[in-house]
Design a protein around this ligand. Structure first.
Ligand SMILES: *[C@@H]1O[C@H](CO)[C@@H](O)[C@H](O)[C@H]1NC(C)=O
Ligand SMILES: *[C@@H]1O[C@H](CO)[C@@H](O)[C@H](O)[C@H]1NC(C)=O
Ligand SMILES: *[C@@H]1O[C@H](CO)[C@@H](O)[C@H](O)[C@H]1NC(C)=O
Ligand SMILES: *[C@@H]1O[C@H](CO)[C@@H](O)[C@H](O)[C@H]1NC(C)=O
Length: 343
């Protein structure tokens, strides 16, 4: 069935050859984090993620999904969601119960941090790859591959034990397989279509320069800030002429509160070599018109700023002098237009 959807996928997935070779498969995963403090107290956190964007939360008091985007239902009907919610609810409860049940036998110690992540990755060729992993205390424990549970390489004999137990449950294995290979890619296609306007939006970055904390005597840290762009993939480089500067350091791309992204790219240079450098930004929203910011302009702007500050200080001083003068001085000394206007 997925085969029939390939043309749609080709339209929906952003054209693979982005100029920086950033090609991402689209993925969806659901994550369950259970913090099991003791035999009677557990806190669970459920969330659904389209790539790095959280689109689902969970209301644990009502056992229902919280849709964080208006399109986060994809094209699934309310009935299908209710069924999924019910299944998820039961699944999470069983997950916690099993951990508790086997804790003594497996020598698990409270508090237990158990994580379950399942989903799929849809590649631009239309191939879907499912994944399902369980982690214990933050480390991989077991995973679901080729229709069976496998212990993770470093997880030891308790993981083998759990796998042996889980692999006996054919019904559950079939359900997991079905979720990963059918429900998940179908959901991704539906949600990409429903959220198209939002997910394919293009937001132009703003860029500005500053100097960072000095990296040492007679060195400068040039900082190029790029903010407010969407989608995430961006190319930012310090250049001289057309020459990319190999010392360019790229920070992590950080989220802004409005769903756009922020990036900081720095270059450590000798003070004398900052002249002639510029920061170039390429982004899909710019339609080929790169943003180029020149360090020289930035530093001369700094000088102008300083000059303006000095001028303002001078004017303030003068005004103050006149004001004091008006109060105390000989009338002839202060016979200025300033004074006449006041009277
Ligand atoms: C379980 O842990 C919770 C939270 O730490 C605590 O309030 C509660 O008293 C504990 N219960 C037992 C039976 O240890
Ligand atoms: C969660 O469900 C409860 C009970 O149905 C409801 O009162 C509450 O508003 C819900 N919370 C959120 C964040 O949706
Ligand atoms: C799963 O099956 C495929 C093809 O049958 C095989 O190439 C792959 O190695 C298997 N993976 C594991 C982890 O057994
Ligand atoms: C949702 O959209 C996908 C892709 O277009 C389609 O395969 C599926 O049948 C639609 N409906 C449901 C309920 O999944």
């Amino acid at each position: 069935m997925l085969f029939l959807l390939l043309p749609l996928l080709a339209v929906l997935l952003p054209g693979g050859d982005n100029e920086n070779g950033f090609e991402e498969p689209v993925s969806f995963h659901f994550s369950v984090i259970a913090s099991i403090y003791n035999r009677s107290w557990t806190q669970t956190l459920l969330s659904g993620w389209l790539g790095e964007l959280q689109i689902h939360g969970w209301n644990s008091s009502s056992g229902t999904m919280i849709f964080l985007q208006p399109w986060a239902r994809g094209n699934f009907s309310n009935e299908e969601w209710m069924e999924l919610e019910k299944a998820l609810h039961a699944h999470v409860r069983r997950f916690v119960q099993e951990f508790r049940h086997y804790a003594p036998q497996l020598q698990f110690e409270y508090p237990i941090e158990a994580q379950k992540t399942g989903g799929c990755e849809l590649h631009s060729g239309g191939k879907s790859v499912g994944f399902f992993r369980i982690a214990y205390q933050g480390s991989d424990f077991i995973s679901f591959q080729n229709n069976s549970w496998l212990p993770s390489p470093k997880s030891g004999s308790s993981a083998q034990h759990v796998c042996r137990f889980l692999n006996q449950n054919q019904h559950e294995k079939k359900m997991v397989q079905n979720l990963l290979s059918d429900t998940c890619p179908r959901f991704i296609l539906g949600v990409l279509e429903a959220g198209k306007a939002d997910l394919q939006r293009q937001v132009r970055p703003e860029a500005w320069l500053s100097s960072g904390p000095s990296p040492g005597p007679s060195h400068l840290l040039l900082v190029c800030h790029v903010s407010g762009f969407y989608p995430k993939s961006v190319w930012v480089m310090w250049i001289r002429g057309e020459q990319e500067q190999p010392g360019t350091q790229r920070g992590d791309i950080l989220p802004n509160a409005d769903g756009t992204w922020y990036l900081q790219v720095t270059l450590d240079v000798d003070t004398g070599e900052a002249a002639g450098l510029s920061c170039r930004v390429k982004h899909s929203s710019l339609g080929g018109q790169d943003i180029v910011l020149y360090w020289d302009h930035h530093s001369s702007r700094g000088l102008i700023f300083l000059a303006v500050i000095l001028l303002l200080a001078l004017l303030t001083g003068l005004t103050f002098w006149f004001w004091k003068c008006r109060a105390r001085c000989e009338p002839t000394l202060c016979a200025s237009p300033f004074r006449m206007r006041i009277q």
